[in-house]
Design a protein around this ligand. Structure first.
Ligand SMILES: [Zn+2]
Length: 253
């Protein structure tokens, strides 16, 4: 893949609304070992772009695999022990994926969007996922404290009845996020939109089953920024046309 000059940025604005509580990760609590969708940045709850990007990547991987398109599994998603035992080949075969793409060769559609991750010198992707921020001014009243009895992981029993409080963002809180694609093909923009559909269905983070992590996800607009001889020009794009471009795209095998 040759280096392309920057001449087009497609920018998606996405609205999110919590339908259940979203737990907030805290570094010094046992809960930090589970996947918490929200962190605090400057005191305010934020859904980090990096974790959203990871969720979108695996959603799009699953959609394409279901369509029979060959996609790889990112190096970092292969369990350590599998890698250590050199059983990566068997592992990826079993889960119906390709070995992590080699950036020196033809890369799979997922890596074309998100880049190749880990293991070796990577190919950078086209998608830039920004942190998802509160839509309104931060009001501490949107935070809720949930108290649980601590359960030790190994014994699955109550750890001396100790109470652990988990901080969470309440239901009904609105967030807004932005996803940018640099010089994308139309199907790539559609892939992101389809990945967001799955996010709405599946929720984010761990604890999805206990009412945590459910999100309403609604792409608001798509803006196409094109670099012309007179500078950047903006033009609104058509969300539905991008979805269709992805749904009907023929991926070479
Ligand atoms: Zn790949």
């Amino acid at each position: 893949m040759t280096f392309q000059k920057l001449d087009r940025i497609v920018e998606l604005k996405v609205d999110y609304k919590t339908l259940g509580s979203l737990s907030i990760g805290a570094g010094d609590q046992p809960q930090s070992t589970v996947d918490t969708p929200v962190v605090r940045i400057g005191g305010k709850p934020v859904i980090p772009g990096s974790s959203l990007k990871g969720a979108l990547r695996s959603n799009i991987e699953a959609i394409l695999a279901a369509r029979g398109v060959d996609v790889c599994v990112p190096y970092t998603a292969i369990p350590n022990e599998v890698r250590k035992e050199g059983k990566t080949g068997e592992y990826v075969k079993k889960i119906g994926r390709l070995q992590p793409c080699d950036p020196q060769r033809k890369v799979c559609p997922v890596c074309q969007i998100f880049g190749t991750a880990g293991g070796q010198v990577g190919l950078s992707g086209r998608a830039i996922v920004l942190d998802v921020q509160l839509a309104a001014e931060f009001d501490p009243a949107i935070l809720a404290e949930r108290t649980h009895v601590a359960i030790t992981r190994d014994k699955r029993s109550q750890a001396g009845g100790a109470l652990v409080s988990v901080e969470a963002v309440d239901a009904g809180v609105e967030f807004i996020g932005e996803i940018r694609l640099v010089n994308p093909e139309d199907w790539m923009v559609g892939a992101i939109l389809r990945g967001l559909d799955v996010l709405a269905k599946m929720g984010v983070g761990a604890k999805k089953t206990s009412g945590y992590g459910q999100l309403k996800v609604k792409p608001r607009s798509v803006m196409i920024h094109t670099l012309t001889t007179e500078g950047w020009k903006e033009q609104l794009g058509d969300l539905e046309a991008y979805r269709k471009a992805f749904d009907t795209h023929k991926f070479g095998t």
